[in-house]
Write a new protein. Structure first.
Length: 88
């Protein structure tokens, strides 16, 4: 429970900006992106988060995190069906 006005404002900001605004922008963005590409981008979200946390905060993944990130990247690389044409 927030104990000061600053904490209430911070919590409200996080709720509005990181939830409502990003959901609104996601809806607008997905109108021009195919579902398969959007799913791939969202599946890679944990990898992006780990990368940004390393760059911005100096955090590091443990061995399980590295293996998980590699599995996600490999799944993204091999997710295109073999018979589908290559898109540019």
């Amino acid at each position: 429970i927030p104990s000061s006005q600053r904490e209430v404002v911070t919590a409200a900001y996080l709720g509005v900006v990181t939830t409502a605004l990003t959901s609104f922008l996601q809806t607008i963005g997905q109108q021009s992106v195919k579902a398969e590409k959007a799913a791939l981008v969202y599946a890679m979200d944990p990898v992006y988060a780990a990368g940004f946390s390393y760059i911005l905060l100096g955090e590091q993944l443990g061995p399980q995190g590295v293996v998980g990130a590699l599995l996600l990247v490999l799944a993204a690389v091999f997710s295109r069906p073999s018979g589908s044409p290559k898109q540019t």
